[in-house]
Design a protein. Structure first.
Length: 63
C-alpha cells in the first residue's frame, strides 16, 4: 500500500522553478536549434540532389 504525503512548500517551489527552467531551456534553446537543423538538413539534401541530377525544369524538347 502506498501513502501519499504532503509536499512541503519549499520543495514545491524548487520543483516549480526547475520545471520552469526546463521549459525555458527547451522552448528557447533546444527546439529552435532542432528546427533550424532540420530545415538546413533538408536544404542541403535538395542542393546535393540537384548537384547530381540537375535542377528541376521542363523535360527536354525533342526536335
Amino acid at each position: 500500500m502506498t501513502y501519499l504525503r504532503e509536499i512541503p512548500e519549499n520543495e514545491r517551489k524548487l520543483s516549480r522553478r526547475g520545471e520552469l527552467l526546463a521549459f525555458v531551456i527547451l522552448a528557447f534553446g533546444v527546439w529552435p536549434v532542432v528546427a533550424v537543423g532540420t530545415v538546413a538538413s533538408y536544404g542541403f539534401l535538395v542542393w546535393f540532389y540537384q548537384m547530381i541530377f540537375g535542377p528541376p525544369g521542363p523535360p527536354p524538347s525533342v526536335h
